[in-house]
Design a protein around this ligand. Structure first.
Ligand SMILES: [Zn+2]
Length: 365
C-alpha cells in the first residue's frame, strides 16, 4: 500500500509485444486487492494482456479512473488436486476455480481440456505411475483414467517420458501400501531424478505406514493429500517444512484434501490429517488448497468445507489465501463484490467470488 505507485502508467501493456500496441486499455478504481497481503484502494488496468493492479499512492487524490467497481480483486483460485476425467470440467469456472492441477487422468483427454477456454487453466500429471497391481489399478474409477504399472527402472522412465511427451508438467506416483504393492526405493528415486531432469515436479499419493517418509526421502516434491493414515513425527514434519534444494521448487509441499475424510462429518482420518497439517503449517511448510475433485461427492468448484477445515487446522487469513490463489494476476482474476471486515468469515466470503476475464470486468464497469 505504501509502494510508490503511479497508477496511470501501464507497464504490462506498453512493454508487451508489438501486436498489442494498439489494443484498448481500460482503467478503473477498486476498493482493495490481495496479492500476498491486503492493499487498499487501487487502480486496475484491463488490456489484452489481462488484468493488472497497482495500489493508489496514499496521498493521491481520488483516482483519475472515471469508473469504479465496488469490492476487491484476488488472483484466480487454484484447486491443486482434481481429476477432470471424473468431473464436469466446463462447470468449474462457474464454481469459482480459475485453475486446476489434474493429478491423474488420460493425458490425451487432458491435453484437449488444456486447450479449451471453457475449462480452468490446467496443469496435469497424466497417468498414475504405480507398481504392477498397485493402487489405483484395481479401482473401478481408474478405468476412466489412466494407470501405468511399472516393474523396472527402465519402464518407469519410459512411463514418465510418455507423460511429458503428452504435455504433462508434473508426474503422479502412487505409494499405497494398504492397497497393494508399491514402487521400490530404486524405482522411486529414478522416477524423481528423471522427472526433475525434465522439469517436472513429482506428486505422490502416500497411504500406509512409512510411505510419506519414503516419498520425502526420495525427493518427492509434493504430497497429493495431507497424510491421514498415521501421525507423522514432529522431526519428520520439521524436515518436510524446510526449504531444500532437492525439490524442484526449493521445498516440499502438501495438498490439503481434508474434506474427503467425512465430507463435513469429521472422523478419525480427518483428525489425524488435520493434526499433521496443523503441525506442518506451523513449522512453515507450504500448503496448497486441493480437494481431490472428481473423487467422491464434492461440490463442482470451490469447496467451503475444505476452506473451513484448512482454517481450523491453522491455515487462516493470508495463509489461507496463499494456499488458494495463483501467484499473480493475469488473464483472469477472482472478483468479490464486498470488502471483508476484520470479523468476516473468510470461508463464507470466498464463496462469493466470481472468475472474471478482462473483458468481463470491462462489462461490470
Ligand atoms: Zn486424487
Amino acid at each position: 500500500m505504501t509502494a510508490a505507485a503511479s497508477p496511470p502508467e501501464i507497464p504490462s501493456a506498453s512493454t508487451s509485444s508489438l501486436h498489442h500496441d494498439h489494443d484498448p486499455v481500460v482503467e478503473f478504481a477498486i476498493d482493495a486487492y490481495w496479492l500476498g497481503e491486503w492493499h487498499g484502494p487501487a487502480t486496475v488496468t484491463l488490456s489484452s494482456d489481462g488484468i493488472s493492479v497497482v495500489p493508489d499512492a496514499p496521498t493521491a487524490a481520488p483516482t483519475a479512473a472515471a469508473r469504479r467497481i465496488p469490492g476487491v480483486l484476488l488472483p484466480g483460485f487454484r484447486d491443486s488436486h482434481v481429476h477432470l476425467g471424473l468431473t464436469e470440467p466446463r462447470a468449474l469456472i462457474a464454481g469459482g476455480l480459475a485453475a486446476v492441477d489434474d493429478l491423474g487422468g488420460d493425458p490425451a483427454l487432458l491435453a484437449g481440456w488444456e486447450a479449451d477456454n471453457s475449462t480452468p487453466a490446467l496443469r496435469f500429471a497424466g497417468a498414475f505411475i504405480t507398481a504392477p497391481g498397485g493402487y489405483p489399478s484395481r479401482r473401478a474409477w481408474a478405468a476412466a483414467l489412466s494407470v501405468c504399472e511399472v516393474s523396472t527402472i527402465e519402464q518407469a522412465i519410459v512411463a514418465v517420458a510418455d507423460q511429458v511427451s503428452a504435455g504433462a508438467t508434473m508426474v503422479k506416483i502412487a505409494l499405497n501400501s494398504e492397497d497393494g504393492p508399491v514402487l521400490d526405493d530404486a524405482i522411486l528415486v529414478s522416477v524423481v531424478e528423471y522427472a526433475h531432469s525434465r522439469g517436472c515436479d513429482v506428486v505422490a499419493h502416500v497411504q500406509g505406514a512409512g510411505e510419506a517418509e519414503r516419498a520425502f526421502e526420495a525427493g518427492v516434491d509434493r504430497l497429493a493429500h495431507t497424510p491421514w493414515t498415521e501421525r507423522l513425527d514432529d522431526s519428520l514434519i520439521a524436515a518436510m517444512a524446510k526449504t531444500d534444494s532437492r525439490f524442484l521448487a526449493g521445498g516440499h509441499s502438501w495438498v490439503s484434501t481434508l474434506d474427503i475424510h467425512g465430507y463435513g462429518q469429521g472422523g478419525v482420518d480427518f483428525e489425524i490429517a488435520s493434526d499433521n497439517l496443523r503441525r506442518f503449517h506451523g513449522a512453515g511448510g507450504t500448503v496448497r488448497y486441493g480437494t481431490d475433485l472428481g473423487n467422491g461427492d464434492l461440490p463442482l468448484g470451490l469447496n467451503q468445507r475444505e476452506l473451513a477445515a484448512l482454517q481450523n487446522a491453522g491455515v487462516s487469513g493470508d495463509a489461507l489465501l496463499r494456499s488458494l490463489c495463483l501467484p499473480s494476476f493475469g488473464a483472469v482474476a477472482s472478483y468479490l463484490p464486498t470488502v471483508p471486515e476484520a470479523d468476516t468469515d473468510l470461508t463464507e466470503w470466498l464463496m462469493t467470488a466470481t472468475v472474471v476475464t478482462a473483458p468481463e470486468l470491462m462489462r461490470i464497469t
